[in-house]
Design a protein around this ligand. Sequence first.
Ligand SMILES: Cc1cc2nc3c(=O)[nH]c(=O)nc-3n(C[C@H](O)[C@H](O)[C@H](O)COP(=O)(O)OP(=O)(O)OC[C@H]3O[C@@H](n4cnc5c(N)ncnc54)[C@H](O)[C@@H]3O)c2cc1C
Length: 535
Amino acid sequence: MAGKRGRASGESVGRRSTPRRVVVRPKPSGHVPSVEIRPDLIEPFLSDAAHVPGGFAAGIAFPQSAGEVAALVASAARVLPIGAQSSLTGGATPRGEVILSTRALTGVTVFSDNQVRAGAGVPLSELQRVLTARGLYYPPVPTFDGAFVGGTIATNAAGAATFKYGSTRQWVDALTLVLADGSLLELRRGEIMASLDGGLELQDQSGRIVRVQVPTYPMPAVAKLSAGYFARPQMDLVDLFIGSEGTLAIVVDATLRIIPMPRRSVALVICESDRQAISLTAALRNEAAKSWHGDGSLDVSAIEYIDGRALAKTPDGAFVRAGVARPNAASTALLVQIEIRGDDDRALQRLMEVLTKCGVEDVPYFAAPGDERGARRLLELREAVPSAINALVAAAKARVDPQIQKTAADLVVPFERLAESIALYRSCLESRGLDYALWGHLSDGNLHPNVVPRSMDDVERGREAILEMARGVIAMGGAPLAEHGVGRSALKQQLLRELYGDSGIEEMRAVKRALDPTWKLSPGVLFPEPRRHED
Ligand SMILES: Cc1cc2nc3c(=O)[nH]c(=O)nc-3n(C[C@H](O)[C@H](O)[C@H](O)COP(=O)(O)OP(=O)(O)OC[C@H]3O[C@@H](n4cnc5c(N)ncnc54)[C@H](O)[C@@H]3O)c2cc1C
């Protein structure tokens, strides 16, 4: 798929005020793939996991190479790239564009024990299958592992293990991209950095130069962030495209870092309260940090949290399948993933010591090191929680009002502010008389408060609560857009504005305008499309 790497011209990395420049390759040869317009072929692609109604498309195409992607983009007026459509933001729901499905951009090449190249259309589950056969692993996996490589790069997806491994961004070494005019950009991390004054330049074959100005807003210092364009002085051009949600370019393939497959053990720990769950998580994070510095054996990579309200709404069958007794109503569950080195059983001994120290009385449920089936069974309990809430939302929609929608937040705070943030979420929801459930990636400070709406009024009040929570987490140095992105959700776009202000949105729009002057790629994603006279 990818050809020769693009060459940089210009000075030493980011030292002077002249921007570094990358030369874009002309449109690679390739036929325009056929654009299907039959309604029955388009219909399955008119919605994503946000289930926003009213999707419509001009057609759908399944390009098989960078050349075909480029030819399609060059020939179309409006294009929406899609992966597995697991977006929770409506970002992968078409609004009249030609849908560019990446599912035929397959192909996985393992270069070495630490690098793999994968097509944008490779599902992460398939990537892991190929890697597992070689004892290798790609760490930044979201809870839904059917997501595609391209979709996870476009949203800077992050999973449970972000506190150990970081988000997708940290694992991308190189990208092959198709820009809005159909030209090809091949970028390798470390080659093209913004100048001191925040300038980046792209030069096409005719010598025309496009200047991109890196936005100036400060990004919050949190474990994960999927909130519009990455912006940092002297940043790497690769980072501008990661997390840009398909608005600046189409990801055709990516070169990703990989590691040896860790051997894991999973423990399900029942805590008597939020307070105990938070202090245990803090203690386990400390243990993990020590082990990474060679001082200790308890290498914890992820701690997932399910609150008592979420447990109460999870059907009995999920507990039966996990082999776990339903905890009492006041309890909170933590799923702790531990990486085990060799045959070292000191990690599990140390876990028991930490549990005792934190006053946890119930004996945890364990999947022993290497017992992947057992680990999956316990982790499926976590996955049963969003499914249970989605089923309740769907039932209210069917029974009460078809306008009822999933009303959920994706909030992250610096870990030190976690207890305060949970208190804030509960008070914002309870003061409005809302039923809700709370779960998420506790070790990252990233939780998903979900309203369980009984009426359209609950949905409205839930949105107000999310706005209040968002303002609260921003004041704590956190972010209201942690891992799912912004997409076409009016509420999430409002949260982006709360985070960076009108001026931040204008700076993002200037980046978009420079790279995609006709607003061809994913129009209306991240921020509204300008009215005709504005741009
Ligand atoms: C049950 C469930 C659990 C989830 N858990 C997590 C989680 O733990 N962490 C997390 O981060 N997310 C999670 N998500 C959200 C979702 O899985 C991620 O956002 C994922 O990265 C989307 O990948 P996708 O292939 O489905 O992309 P899509 O949903 O198809 O697209 C997402 C966005 O990326 C753009 N895009 C897709 N492919 C490309 C491409 N090749 N080039 C440019 N732009 C592109 C689309 O236009 C769209 O704006 C979850 C979703 C579900 C349903």
